[in-house]
Design a protein around this ligand. Structure first.
Ligand SMILES: [Zn+2]
Length: 202
């Protein structure tokens, strides 16, 4: 479990970005070896693409939901258009030795010290959002499209209705900032309310 002041990395980008990510981490005055945990919000290739190599570089424990781990390990194939993601991963592995992460722990409760793991399925079966103080790390639950919070395009989602339920569930928590995987972090004022209105209107 996460201990006070341990450094955490959330998601790892698409394959081939290890050097960029390590450079970015060092620019924040964080030594890669001080990253103790890598938390994955879901199994998509653009979130897990550097997980294995970053785990090797940092020695961190890698975490994901039990529902998404089989997709990350390659025991289950990604559905629909996401098959292309798996192909991209295989090609990246061939050319860049990306490798699939092997040692992955499953989030076994919903608390890691003062970080809350909120199951928010829909985009993938085991998608999670992470709440730290007043910041919601939303993964692909929502995206910031020029200041407007939106759901991912339908073609990218396992279950649209389930995402809406997940957004409603998250609405019960208190947070000021949303950090989605796509788009800039957003200090929310009316944007979340607008998102709920859009969901209700659909
Ligand atoms: Zn995604």
């Amino acid at each position: 479990m996460v201990k006070d002041k341990e450094t955490i990395l959330i998601d790892t980008g698409r394959p081939g970005k290890v050097k960029n990510i390590l450079k970015e981490i060092e620019s924040l005055n964080i030594k890669p070896k001080n990253i103790k945990h890598i938390l994955l919000t879901h199994h998509d290739v653009d979130r897990i693409g550097n997980a294995a190599l970053l785990q090797k570089e940092t020695g961190a424990t890698l975490w994901a939901s039990k529902e998404d781990i089989p997709y990350i390990r390659g025991d289950k194939s990604r559905p629909g258009v996401k098959k292309l993601g798996s192909l991209y991963l295989s090609v990246s592995d061939f050319f860049m030795r990306v490798k699939k992460p092997e040692k992955i722990k499953s989030y076994n409760d919903h608390k890691m010290d003062d970080l809350e793991i909120i199951p928010t399925p829909g985009h993938t079966p085991g998608h999670v959002s992470l709440l730290y103080k007043d910041i919601l790390f939303a993964g692909d639950l929502v995206r910031n499209s020029n200041g407007v919070l939106k759901m991912a395009p339908a073609i990218m989602n396992a279950d649209e209705e389930l995402i809406k339920e997940s957004i409603l569930k998250v609405s019960e928590y208190s947070f000021k900032w949303v950090c989605p995987c796509n788009g800039e972090p957003l200090e929310i004022k009316d944007e979340w309310k607008q998102l709920l209105n859009n969901i209700a209107g659909n």
